[in-house]
Design a binder for this molecule. Structure first.
Ligand code: SIN
Length: 512
């Protein structure tokens, strides 16, 4: 029997989980624009949230997720996440994943913002993502093909069906990969902002690819800013995990004034958007904000990675003060999928952060993203196993035209996104952003390959398109909800309740 060909774009956790469940049935190829050392998953310091402790219940995890998401989440999607998440995590532990445990061998459950229970499973202290990726890479060695340095250009869509992907390598050579099933697992777009916890490669490529292919993209206005990035410009934009506050650190100013007092009943563990805005307000007033870690015992053992980052940046941890500021961290919206990972384009799928399964609503609950990647990759794997092959693998040959464009540089785009579509938003800023974007040619049709762009131009086309879609979505939602905060519409509006802004190439609108 002929084996299915599956191409996965991206090399984070969702991609590996999918590959690990399919390699026996299919020829799986992972393509990545950099190397497999680059992904957000590898950087994840927070862990995996799952209601597996004897004191916990999935119903509590469900309620915490909905509350953090401002009830903009789809309840059925969240129920799937938290119920199946328990099974997925229990299986992972049975397979020998080295979660952190106490001396008696019991799992150490961590706590993070807006969780009512201790339910976060970590590995290597603050290196869960790295441990997960290592675990799957080891398992998959020799079982799948990995192509590094290939930037995805276009999905190949003929008569409404996706037949694979075109890519461009580092020498500007185009390649065609025909596949029975094409899966986008490219991560979010938080690296389109200048302070970000993300790997620089995480710029929303999958959203641009899917949109040009005719897929729905939705909820793009919801961008989560993590309150505590290290406030020192390093090459890596390092995150100081919320787990540090979960263990008792407090946000203070230069005079040790606790800044979250009176702002929210959960104080330092309030939802991220509230903490991020409180810190921004202090910074705008000219204050410097720190995480006061003096109450945390054994900081170095609990947070070995953060400890080493602080040492590398000459932060004297004996003083117990880590300088912090907010940065773009996670994007709740993305390519709209059903609960099997299917988009509205036949044979095109999305999993992980690039997808919008509607589990996160207007604001993601901490440590739900690795869980989402695992749950929905597992579901897609189960679905794909029984799907038919393409009826014809013939595709039309693409003739390339000459194209010139005047593009901005990425740093300019990032700065403008941060100022205009950042933590605090309003109509004037959106207008400025859209006027600036209008200066550049942005190709919306599914034909970048036809234009024969260089790799640098293709990458900029992805960036510009995503920036425009995000700005348009944010402008359209005339209210504040969760991570989307407009100073000109500071409150939630009934009119926007349960409504998502969805864009599709041929039509755009608000869906309920
Ligand atoms: C963190 O460790 O603070 C980030 C975890 C997450 O965003 O899920």
């Amino acid at each position: 029997m002929q084996r299915q060909k599956i191409v996965i774009v991206g090399s984070g956790l969702a991609a590996y989980v999918l590959a690990s469940k399919l390699w026996q049935h299919a020829d799986v190829t992972i393509i990545t624009k950099n190397t497999t050392k680059h992904s957000n998953s590898i950087r994840a310091q927070g862990g995996v949230a799952a209601a597996i402790s004897a004191k916990d219940q999935w119903q509590l995890h469900l309620e915490d997720t909905l509350k953090a998401g401002m009830y903009h989440n789809h309840q059925i999607a969240v129920k799937t996440l938290v119920k199946e998440g328990k099974e997925v995590v229990e299986n992972l532990l049975q397979q020998g994943f080295p979660a952190d445990r106490d001396q008696q061998g019991n799992i150490l459950f961590g706590r993070e913002g807006a969780h009512s229970q201790r339910r976060i499973i970590h590995a290597g202290g603050d290196q869960t993502g790295k441990y997960l990726i290592n675990f799957y890479q080891k398992f998959l060695q020799g079982k799948i093909a990995i192509k590094e340095g290939q930037l995805a250009v276009d999905c190949i869509v003929e008569r409404g069906e996706c037949k694979g992907i075109t890519t461009i390598d580092q020498h500007d050579q185009y390649h065609t990969i025909i596949a029975d099933h094409t899966v986008l697992a490219t991560g979010g777009f938080a690296a389109l902002y200048d302070t970000t916890s993300n790997d620089p490669s995480t710029t929303g490529d999958g959203i641009a690819l899917a949109y040009r292919a005719g897929a729905n993209v939705t909820d793009l206005e919801f961008v989560q800013f993590h309150p505590t990035m290290l406030a020192i410009k390093t090459q890596h934009n390092d995150l100081i995990s919320e787990a540090v506050r979960g263990e008792g650190a407090s946000l203070v100013d230069q005079d040790y004034r606790a800044i979250m007092k009176g702002i929210h009943p959960l104080e330092n563990l309030a939802p991220r958007d509230i903490v991020a805005r409180a810190i921004m307000e202090e910074i705008t007033k000219g204050n410097h904000i720190f995480l006061d870690i003096r109450k945390i015992k054994n900081f170095q053992t609990k947070f070995p990675f953060i400890n080493s980052v602080c040492e590398m940046n000459n932060i004297d941890l004996h003083r117990g003060m880590i300088p912090v500021k907010p940065g773009a961290h996670f994007t709740m919206g993305g390519v709209e999928t059903d609960l099997l990972g299917r988009t509205n384009v036949s044979r095109l799928y999305a999993i992980g952060e690039v997808a919008c399964t509607h589990v996160h609503g207007a604001n993601r609950l901490a440590s739900n993203s690795l869980l989402e990647a695992m749950v929905f990759a597992t579901r897609l794997a189960n679905y794909l196993q029984s799907q038919p092959l393409l009826s014809s693998t013939k595709i039309q040959k693409v003739q390339q035209l000459q194209f010139t464009s005047q593009d901005p540089d990425l740093d300019q785009l990032r700065t403008r996104m941060t100022v205009n579509v950042g933590i605090n938003r309003d109509e004037t800023r959106f207008k400025n952003m859209l006027e600036w974007l209008d200066k550049f040619t942005i190709i919306e049709e599914n034909c970048l390959s036809v234009f024969g762009l260089s790799r640098k131009q293709v990458q900029m086309q992805h960036h510009l398109l995503v920036a425009r879609l995000v700005t348009k979505a944010a402008r359209q939602r005339t209210e504040s909800r969760g991570a989307h905060h407009r100073v000109d519409y500071p409150y939630q509006s009934e009119q926007w309740k349960n409504k998502s802004i969805t864009f599709q190439l041929t039509k755009q609108g608000v869906s309920v």
